[in-house]
Design a protein. Structure first.
Lengths: 520, 264
């Protein structure tokens, strides 16, 4: 029982209605759309070998695209589409969250249904098809009265496979803004909260099994002509649909949505913001685990209301600026750039989370390496590790140009594991984050950047265009401006990376607020 | 003799085989079936007899020649409507495995939009006609029936919409001899009782002789001979005589083995 007395279980359980409801909603909608598309397509293609081959090939190719990539691709696709419809027809739609997730999952669901429907229909006994014509059935009557009922077990097997796939893959819709059981998994992985990871996996598996069993019930009811079974299974699915619809009704339109990217600091800060809004009597929900390319567009489109970004990230990645002005100047210019897109830069939180080249203190001292310039002379025999995006970011190109860096090897790593890896000597240098608490924990040192190749990365609070003149939101958030120093953030991040009862983002955010208050 | 109910005039039909060549299944066949007649078409497999049967209800269409049903060219009749007014008994039943006996029998009336009450009483009537009443057969599934029972349901289904014409494709071929004989006799009396016109395909000359009024012999797509049994016996065609030899020898043998068998 001690295991379950861990407050993280209670916290995980408290998210369940939201996460499970959203997960179900997007999965069932995707399944329904997938079925409505693939069943007619399969029926149309069964006697047309060319169409059949093409369709199955396309569906198979879609299947080989990793789920995460497929979901991620739908976001820019829909954004482009939305801007087209806006330009041509004067309306646009949200390319964030539900829609791209549902479309990608629907596409993903098609292969098993297509394949099984075609196989089921094409493997029927010719004598029975002849009998159907012989007793005077029209082709549609033959299809609905004979072929589909007889192929039903094979078709249902396809539908069940596809249901299990969709429910499993829907956990990957978190980064494009669709809340799902994946929120547990992404948050858990980033903050080393294994309770969350486990909770998310088990919940998704139980959901998949439950839907599969309900479909099996419908199938056996239809196959054995037991209407009660069919009705029970149907009622089960209907109940699930009803459950998914209630949170929609319950959601109030005045809820503020706080966004967070995919790393621990962002989870903590989004909880901190949400807690401040609650304290001000506002309702707030968090939308966590968003990809860095998704989150800014989501804010610009009012899909989320507020989040924390970093000045250098926006400067380089969003506005593609090459020159790097001093910190204050960059911040001022950024504020103007953002204002042109109606985004409010409310202020800087007071700390920087910059990319920095980091190595063990003792080794750096022994080798006389104090700055990146010192490092450059030895880089040829060194290996470097960075997170998944670092080596494709402009900052890396700028670093290499400025210092002529040329490492022996470069590797990509899960950020949580980089620090331990460099401390253990598995790699020589890592591209770490200055606000990470692990720098102190592992006795690492941040190398100077005398040529200022890496821009400053002040943590800044951004508000969506729709909240620019919100008189209740801004006062609630102002107490955070300039109040979080690098020491506080590092310790918060260190706490969040722990694996104990107090390491959930919510608890850490509470601790951080206490520390902010105590500082004054 | 009354006007022919089914009439084939110079009908030909060929199919593409797998290798791209064309195989002639029915080759310039002309044949009349009179109202109330029971015609058997005899031939080995590949003789074109099934194709000839399928031309009558447009399960397949002729390349050349004309098929008329009740005086009307079938090309001018909607094939679906045509099939609903012609009974068809399939080899080994062709029952729909997901439908009960009653649903199988009532399928054509249902397609024709009969009211439920009329279908139910028609199903009961047919079950009695094919001697499947009692025992609660109507709610059974086809896989719960014996081969003979399945074929009885097949006959009942063919008769359900009160057709004048019944086409039968080797209906009793897969049954054991006793069942086959009983079913043949039962059908023969139904044919008479209901005033049907029946075309039955069989590869068994004995069955044809015992059941049919006239026999058509097919080989290689051509109609070799057509006539009453006595007329066939006068044929000079070697193949026709060959076909008749087996039943004749069997009859003689049975006569010697079972004294009095030929007394009737």
């Amino acid at each position: 029982m001690t295991m379950f007395s861990d407050p993280r279980w209670t916290e995980a359980a408290s998210h369940l209605p939201d996460y499970l409801g959203s997960h179900l909603r997007v999965s069932l909608a995707a399944l329904a759309l997938g079925l409505v598309t693939s069943l007619p397509l399969a029926i149309l293609a069964r006697h047309r070998p060319l169409l059949r081959g093409t369709m199955l090939a396309v569906a198979s190719i879609v299947q080989t695209v990793p789920g995460l990539a497929l979901l991620a691709l739908f976001y820019p696709l829909l954004l482009a589409l939305a801007s087209l419809t806006f330009a041509w027809f004067g309306f646009d739609f949200s390319a964030f969250g539900f829609l791209p997730a549902m479309l990608a999952l629907a596409l993903y669901s098609m292969l098993p249904v297509l394949r099984n429907t075609i196989t089921g229909l094409n493997s029927l006994d010719d004598a029975l098809l002849e009998a159907a014509r012989g007793v005077g059935m029209t082709p549609p009557q033959s299809l609905f009265k004979v072929e589909l009922p007889l192929a039903l077990p094979v078709i249902m097997a396809g539908i069940r496979t596809s249901a299990v796939w969709v429910i499993g893959t829907a956990t990957l819709s978190t980064p494009i803004g669709q809340t799902s059981l994946g929120n547990y998994i992404f948050a858990g992985l980033q903050t080393q909260n294994w309770v969350f990871v486990l909770f998310g996996c088990v919940a998704a598996a139980v959901l998949a099994l439950a839907v599969d069993q309900l479909l099996a019930l419908i199938e056996s009811g239809l196959a054995r002509r037991k209407p009660l079974r069919t009705a029970l299974g149907g009622a089960g699915i209907a109940a699930l649909v009803a459950v998914t619809l209630t949170p929609v009704l319950a959601r109030s339109s005045t809820t503020y949505v706080v966004g967070a990217k995919t790393f621990a600091e962002q989870y903590v800060l989004s909880q901190l913001i949400a807690q401040r809004l609650h304290a001000a009597g506002l309702t707030a929900t968090t939308r966590e685990g968003l990809g860095s390319s998704v989150i800014f567009d989501a804010l610009a489109n009012d899909d989320i209301d507020v989040y924390v970004d970093y000045s250098g990230t926006l400067w380089v990645n969003q506005f593609h600026r090459k020159e790097i002005p001093p910190r204050e100047q960059l911040l001022a210019e950024l504020k103007t750039l953002l204002a042109k897109r109606n985004i409010t830069l409310l202020g800087a939180l007071g700390f920087e989370n910059a990319y920095a080249l980091v190595m063990p203190r003792k080794r750096a001292e022994a080798l006389g390496i104090h700055s990146i310039a010192d490092l450059a002379t030895r880089a040829g025999s060194f290996s470097i590790a960075g997170d998944y995006e670092f080596f494709s970011r402009p900052e890396w190109a700028s670093l290499r140009n400025a210092y002529g860096l040329n490492f022996r090897t470069q590797r990509q790593m899960q950020p949580n594991f980089m620090y331990a890896a460099v401390a253990a000597g598995d790699v020589d240098v890592i591209a770490g984050y200055t606000s990470d608490g692990l720098i102190a924990k592992y006795d690492l040192v941040v190398l100077d950047d005398p040529k200022r190749a890496i821009p400053p990365y002040d943590a800044i609070l951004l508000l969506a265009p729709g909240r620019a003149h919100d008189a209740t939101l801004q006062p609630a958030l102002r107490p955070l401006i300039g109040r979080i120093d690098i020491g506080a953030m590092r310790e918060a991040n260190l706490r969040a990376s722990g694996n104990n009862a107090n390491s959930s983002p919510t608890s850490v955010a509470r601790w951080l607020w206490q520390r902010i208050e105590a500082g004054h | 003799m009354t006007a022919p109910l089914i009439c084939y005039a110079h009908v030909s039909k060929s199919f593409a085989d797998g290798a791209g060549a064309r195989v002639v299944a029915v080759d310039d066949v002309s044949l009349d079936v009179a109202d109330g007649e029971f015609l058997a078409i005899v031939g080995s497999s590949g003789s074109g007899k099934t194709t000839l049967l399928r031309l009558a209800n447009r399960l397949t269409d002729a390349d050349a020649g004309t098929v008329t049903i009740e005086g009307e060219d079938v090309r001018n009749i909607d094939p679906v409507g045509l099939r609903r007014r012609i009974g068809y008994v399939f080899q080994s039943g062709g029952l729909f495995p997901h439908m009960s006996v009653a649903d199988n029998i009532g399928i054509t009336p249902r397609l024709l939009g009969w009211p439920a009450g009329r279908i139910a009483s028609r199903v009961a009537e047919l079950l009695a006609l094919v001697r499947l009443d009692g025992d609660g057969h109507r709610h059974r599934m086809p896989h719960e029936l014996s081969g003979g029972q399945r074929q009885r349901v097949g006959v009942a289904r063919a008769l359900a919409a009160e057709p004048r014409i019944v086409l039968m494709d080797e209906p009793f071929g897969a049954l054991d001899p006793l069942t086959r004989d009983a079913l043949g006799e039962d059908y023969r009396s139904l044919h008479r009782q209901l005033g049907l016109t029946t075309v039955m395909i069989t590869h068994d000359m004995t069955e044809a002789l015992l059941l049919a009024d006239r026999i058509a012999v097919m080989r290689g797509g051509k109609l070799l001979a057509l006539g009453r049994p006595a007329e066939l016996a006068e044929s000079r065609d070697a193949y026709v005589l060959e076909l008749l030899r087996t039943p004749r020898r069997q009859a003689e043998r049975i006569n010697t083995l079972l004294p009095g068998a030929g007394a009737a």
